[in-house]
Every structure is written in C-alpha cells, then in structure tokens.
Design a protein around this ligand. Structure first.
Ligand SMILES: Cc1ncc(C[n+]2csc(CCOP(=O)(O)OP(=O)(O)O)c2C)c(N)n1
Ligand SMILES: [Mg+2]
Length: 803
C-alpha cells in the first residue's frame, strides 16, 4: 500500500510554489462549480420554468478540501466518495484533471448530462461511489475497504489503495452512519479516511450547539482515530499570541449559531464589539488585546479563517490521518458553507444562487475573462502544470484478477435433501455443497447480521470458516460444538452486528469488489425477511450502484407462525417485483433452491448485464414428493428452465384428473411455499368436478417482466404478434379465458396482476393484515390462505363474470 510518512509539523506540508498553484486551482474549481449551477438555472433555456437546482454553497464549502485531495493527496488506486451536494465542484475538478469533456459543464441536471449527485452508473466521468441519499455514500467506502482486505487475504493483490469519504456534517445525523462507525467487522481498517465538511449547516439551519466535541468523542469511543483542521494559519497565529488564549476560548466556547452570525459581519467595528461581548471585564480585555493588531477590514477574514480552507493545514492533517494503519481515521475539517461567495455562512444558503451581477463580480474578482469563463487553467501556468501532474498521478491502469467463469458453475449440484424440508434448509445445504467445489467456492463468501446460524449457514461456515484479518484464539477449544467459529484470514463468512443497513451496504460493496478492488466476489447474505425493510434504503442503494449480489430473506411470511407479527414479512414480494437490477424468487422445493442459487451466481459473473438475486425463503417443511410427478413428467432440464423463467405447471387437470370439463377450468397460481395448500385445494376441487390447475409461481418478478415486456413491445409496434414469453407457456391458448386464484404468503397484491395478462377475473389471496402469534393452521385460516378458502375462492372465480 502506497502510504507516505507524515511530515514533521514544523515542516510546511507543501512548498510555496505548489501552494500558490493549488490556490489557483481552488479558485478555479470554486468558480467553475458556481458557474455550472448558474448556467443550469439562469442561462440554459428552461421551457418548464421549474427550478433546476444545484448547490453553490455546499460546493464552495469543500473547494479547499477537493483541491487538497485531487491535486495533492490522492494517488492512483484511491477510491473516493463525495458528498451529494458537492457534485458541481467534483465535476469541476474532474474537468481540470482532463477526465470530463468541457461540453458537459453546461449539462448539470439535464437528461444524460451531469447528475444532480455523483453517480457511478450515470455520470460521464469516473465516480467511485454514488451518493445522494445522505449517509449511504458516506459509509460505502468503509465496506469497500473491508472487501479489499478480504481480497488481499484471499487472492493476494487488489487494485485499491485507500478509501476516502468527503461527507457533509449533517450526514452524521443519519443512524446508518453510526451503525457503520460502531461495526466491529470494520475496526482496524487502516486505509479508511473520512473528512467531515464541518460547516455547521444542514439544509434548513445552522446545526445548534457545539456538537463537534460530542461527535469526535463518539468516533473515538468506537475506536476511530480523530483529527481536526479547525483553525487556519492566521487564526491559529492570533490564538497563539500573547492574549491569544482568550480569543481561542471565546471561539471554542461559542455556539454554532453565534459563530455563524459573527463570520457574516463585514463591519469591523461591530464585529470587534460582538467578538468581545462577554460579561467578564478581564476576559473582554484579553479578547480585545488578541485582535488589537488586526484592522477592522481584516477582522472578518481573520475570524472566519478556518482550517478547512487552509490548504497546508488540510494537507498536513490528511497526511497525519494517512499515517494511521490500525484504525479508520476521521478528520473534522471546519469550513464555511458558501465560502468565497456572497452567501458565505448565511443560514439559508443551501439552495441560494448567485445573481448574474454577483456572478460578474465574482468572475472579475477571480480575474477570469468573460470569453474564458469555461476554460481550464492555462497549460503553461504553474496551476496548469499541477493539474497535469495530478492527472498523471491519478491515472488508472489496473489489472484485475479473473472473473469467475460462469461456464464452470454447474446447472445443478444435485444437493441431497430429506423427504421433508424447507427452502431455508435447502439453501444451507446448497451452500455446503458449493463449499465442496473449490473452483466455484473460492469466489463465494457469505455474510449475515447476527443470524448466520438461525438462517442455516452453519454447514457452510463449518467448511469455509469465519473471516478475520487475524487468527483469533479459540477459547471454546476441545468442547463439543455444532458450529466451528474459528475466525481466520482464510475464512469466507463475515458476521456483522445486528444491522441490516450494514448487511446491505456490505453486500453492495462486496458485490462491486471486482470494479472497486479488482477481485471478483459473489457475496451471499442472509437476513430475516421482514428486516429486508429495515435495510431497504441500503438495498436500494446497492442495486442502484450496479452491485451483483445474492441475498436470502428468510424466514418469510406468516408461515413463521408462532413468531408473531413483528417477524412475519408481508410486503417483501412486492419489493422484489418492483426493485430494478434484482430478480426475486420464491421457490417451493429444495431442488429449486439449488437451481436458482447457481443461476444467481452466474448472473453475478455477468458484470454488464447480470443482475442480483433475492430468494424469499421459509422454514416451513414441505413434502418433496409433491414435486415428484412434475419432475418425472417434464424432466429436470425443462423444469429448471421453467423454474428460472418464473413458474411451472405442477398440477394439470388433464393429466391428474382426466375427464373434467375444460369450461370449468380455474388456474390456481401459487407463490412458493403455499404449494401444499394449493395442491390440497386442487384435489378437492377435482372431486367437485372443477378443472383446477396448480401453477407454481417461482418468480412473480420474472412473470411480471414477461407481461411488461409484451406490453412495451405492443406499444412500440401495435401490429406485431403478442409475445407473452413464459406466461404464454404457463397459460396455453385453450386456457386463457379461465379465471384465477392467486395465493401468496405475503400481501395478495403482488400476484394479482397475473389475471391482466390475458384479461381474466382474479381472486387474490394473501396476507393483507399484520400477523400475530398462532399455529400455522390457525393463521392460514385467519388470513384466508388455507385449502378451504382456496377452494371457496376457486368456486367464486368460476362464477365471476368474464368479459
Ligand atoms: C436521506 C436524505 N434525507 C434528506 C435529504 C435532503 N437533504 C439534502 S442536503 C441536506 C442537508 C445536508 O447537509 P450537509 O450534509 O451538512 O451538507 P452541506 O449542504 O452542508 O454541504 C438534506 C437534509 C437527503 N438528500 N437524503
Ligand atoms: Mg453541512
């Protein structure tokens, strides 16, 4: 890892010449970021007349930090997350580095232009981490660093170096930030540096009180190393003078609100009065003495001289943080929101924009000709030279490790399962089988937020071990153990604390480790299905950034009967359908779990077009014999294709109860583990003379996609032949007028769309109320998904008018 020794504190962090060039860059990115936003809002034609937005003040706040990072501190291999509202100034820096064509500078927030917030999938320049939902982008690099550590231990080399987050101070309000800070699994990561842009302002207000001290203590308490760039060189000098201690005490003790008001007072005499406005006469005298040598004109720049805008101070503190190798580091960089702009420090500056007159004045102040206002720095200037040097230093020429070849992943592992088993147990057995196949197992790793054993990962963990950067002593050695918990650098399971947010952030970053660290991993996570919602924002984030991962939500639904409403998920099937970049499966039988898991792994190998996979599983034991006849009838190859495409016909009345009147056909469409009840209902319906079919919906998501694709194709070309894809296979032409009953251990809404494919009535059964503790039979009866009610629903469906 390329790290540099910290400079001795009496040695300047950079030479005077570099400092001046860096100052020039700082001013140019401040100008360009302000202009990018100005152009988007006030110059570009806007036919809708609605606000475009963009954040001049938030960008200005980090002008110095961005300059210090990109044009001095960063090295190739560093991965950086930039706070959402600094997008304009990030792009300005990328432009000076030659990574962004000038034509994009006028496209902020335009279709296919610069995104509102940095986006790794949609921006034209290299963005390492997407940000936007505050708090999430901030922590992503920590989990990316963990994946880098994992990969170093497993594969030897990585393409990543350090993981850096530039975050807004109000991001520290988000609970997910503290879930990460306190996570045991990330302690000891020595290549993580967070820089908090401490401008004491959020969107609406100046953040009350003197919070920084408390925040620093929270980080330190969690084992992070804390640094600060608090006062700039000038203010530090004034505070170190003969009466300086009084000035330091006065500023240190004042609330954020008061400080923020002071730095906006341009009238020197008034500012002097306010700074020295303390009750104690001796104290007041000392404060006045400490600023006696500062003229009125110079007083405001002195009082607002903060470390977060002092380039040498910033570089020095970055180097100090870099020298920490055994813990993550955080730097509190004190800044002014709107720094250098007329709105500096204004509590309401979050969305404020400079007027054209203010823009002209700023351009003149920076000495930029109107004709050159979009220009980069002159190539022959020291600043231009520094840009070139930085660009050369940051150039990425990365050799990645090998991607797992999907061809080596078999279509089945023929995992052996008992006659009665659950889908959750089946996943555990499939993983244990994968562990026996080194060619595919070496890229697979698992993680779980303290529910590894209760989600059946023990068999896998016993074979592959638990990951830790250092071997841990085994205090339980010798005793009989069902689970071997022996952390070592070769382990392939990471256990997280009970934070579903951390699980999905970690899965997301491990699922991007090929791009971020150069080594391919297939991360598989397990989480109790209701708590998918607990980590949902992080899950959405991870899918949005293009991660390829697998997770099992298990156990799911009211089938987890005695556990009660808090543990019974109902809305997750809809999430599975609606979320992009992930395919949702709800299998019924053990062999389906085997097939889906292997297919999910193959999808993780396709970095461009693959997707993540969500398996919604259960602890409900299912008689595997129920699938015997369909396996014989279809053969496993064809059945597997159908399972992956979204469903298959388990019971076909023409085969299972020949002779029934096809005009009395009803389709029982059953999601996952409600199969036994659907089969029982179909048997009874056959006895009543009803031609019931049972169609197992293994993926409502795939079937909805088939419908959606068909309709989109029709929209494009109304005369083209209708292609309902797998839905057409499941519902052959002769049966397309038959009504449907849909059953799901989850909200009934998520399967109700099936009737719309060919326009038939649907009676949707599912769980549309909060659950409670009870036996499975009692609950099924109470919510209306037992065999009796499926039969009733089928009878009703047959009576409903058909158009
Ligand atoms: C999860 C989430 N909630 C709310 C917002 C709306 N929002 C945008 S910026 C902001 C305040 C950001 O303040 P800070 O992080 O201090 O950044 P600054 O603008 O000071 O640079 C808020 C609440 C958001 N982007 N994400
Ligand atoms: Mg802020």
């Amino acid at each position: 890892m390329a790290t540099r020794a910290p400079k001795a504190s009496d040695e300047p962090a950079i030479s005077q010449a570099d400092f001046e060039a860096l100052r020039e860059i700082e001013r140019r990115i401040l100008w360009l970021s302000t202009l990018i936003v100005h152009h988007a809002n006030n110059v570009r034609p806007n036919t809708e007349k609605s606000k475009v937005g963009g954040h001049q003040a938030s960008s200005a706040s980090v002008a110095s930090i961005i300059a210090a990072l990109y044009f001095n501190f960063l090295q190739a291999g560093d991965r950086v997350s930039i706070k959402p509202h600094a997008s304009p100034i990030f792009h300005a820096a990328q432009y000076l580095l030659g990574n962004l064509d000038q034509k994009y500078l006028t496209t902020l927030r335009e279709y296919k232009g610069l995104q509102a917030y940095p986006s790794r999938t949609k921006d034209p320049d290299p963005v390492d981490f997407s940000t936007g939902s505050v708090g999430l982008g901030a922590v992503a690099p920590v989990f990316a660093s963990l994946s880098g550590e994992y990969n170093k231990h497993h594969f030897g080399s990585v393409t990543s170096n350090r993981f850096i987050s530039l975050i807004g101070d109000a991001e520290l309000d988000e609970g997910n930030v503290w879930e990460t800070v306190a996570e045991e699994a990330i302690s000891g990561l020595g290549n993580v540096i967070w820089i908090v842009d401490l401008n004491r302002q959020s969107l609406d207000r100046v953040i009350p009180g003197v919070r920084a001290t408390r925040l620093k203590a929270l980080f330190a308490g969690a084992g992070w190393r804390v640094f600060e760039a608090k006062y700039g060189t000038r203010l530090s000098a004034a505070m170190s003078g003969e009466h300086g201690a009084a000035l330091r005490r006065r500023i240190d003790d004042m609330s954020n609100e008061e400080y923020q008001a002071l730095i906006r007072i341009k009238d020197g005499a008034e500012l002097r009065r306010r700074v020295s406005d303390v009750a104690d006469a001796a104290y007041r005298k000392s404060i006045l003495a400490s600023i006696a040598d500062t003229s009125d004109d110079d007083l405001q720049p002195l009082i607002s001289n903060l470390g977060g805008h002092d380039l040498p101070r910033l570089i020095d503190v970055l180097n100090q943080a870099d020298a920490v190798h055994d813990a993550p580091a955080v730097i509190f960089a004190y800044t002014v929101k709107g720094w250098g702009l007329p709105m500096a420090g204004d509590p309401l500056n979050h969305s404020q924009l400079l007027t054209q007159t203010q823009m002209d004045a700023l351009r003149e102040e920076f000495g930029i000709a109107e004709s050159a206002m979009w220009e980069s720095l002159p190539a022959d200037s020291p600043a231009g030279q520094l840009c070139r040097e930085a660009a050369a230093r940051l150039k990425r020429e990365e050799t990645r490790g090998e991607l797992l070849d999907p061809a080596v992943i078999p279509v089945t592992l023929n995992t052996r399962n008992p006659g009665n088993t659950s889908t959750q147990e089946a996943l555990g057995r499939t993983l244990a089988r994968i562990a026996d196949e080194p060619a595919i197992a070496n890229r697979v790793m698992t993680m779980s937020p303290d529910v590894a054993t209760s989600t059946h990962l023990s068999g896998w963990i016993n074979k592959v071990g638990v990951f830790a950067r250092e071997e841990a002593p085994d205090y339980e050695a010798g005793g009989p153990k069902l689970l071997k918990w022996e952390p070592s650098p070769s382990g392939q399971h990471i256990e997280l604390g009970i934070s579903e947010m951390n699980l999905f952030m970690a899965l997301g970053q491990f699922g991007l480790s090929y791009e971020l660290t150069g080594q391919h991993l297939i991360p598989i996570g397990t989480v109790y299905d209701p708590f998918v919602c607990r980590g949902l924002d992080a899950l959405i984030y991870s899918l949005y950034v293009g991660s390829k991962m697998i997770f099992a939500g298990t156990p799911a639904g009211v089938s987890l009967s005695p556990e009660g409403g808090a543990h019974q998920s109902t809305v997750t099937p809809s999430l599975g359908i609606e979320l992009p970049n992930v395919v949702f499966y709800e299998p019924a039988f053990a062999h389906e779990v085997d097939w889906i898991t292997l297919e999910a792994m193959r999808q993780c190998c396709d970095r461009a077009n693959g997707h993540s996979t969500y398996l919604r599983l259960s602890t409900k034991s299912i008689d595997q014999q129920l699938a015997k006849s369909v396996r014989e009838r279809m053969g496993d190859d064809l059945l597997r294709e159908h399972v992956l495409a979204g469903g298959y016909r388990l019971i076909d009345h023409t085969l299972d109860a020949p002779g029934l009147d096809p005009r009395d056909t009803v389709q029982i469409m059953v999601g996952g583990i409600m199969v036994p009840e659907a089969v029982e209902a179909a048997r009874r319906l056959h006895e009543e003379g009803v031609a019931a079919n049972v169609i197992v919906v293994t993926s409502s998501d795939q079937l909805f996609n088939a419908l959606r694709r068909a309709r989109r194709a029709q929209l494009r070309n109304a005369s083209a032949e209708l292609d309902m894809g797998h839905l057409a296979t499941l519902l052959p032409a002769a049966e397309r007028r038959a009504p449907m009953v849909t059953i799901q251990d989850g909200a009934s809404h998520s399967l109700a769309f099936l009737g719309s494919a060919f326009g038939v009535p649907v009676v949707p059964l599912g769980v549309d109320e909060f659950g409670q503790s009870a036996s499975r039979a009692d609950l099924y009866h109470a919510v209306g998904i037992d065999a009796d009610q499926i039969v009733n629903a089928a009878m009703l469906a047959l009576e409903l008018p058909r158009v």
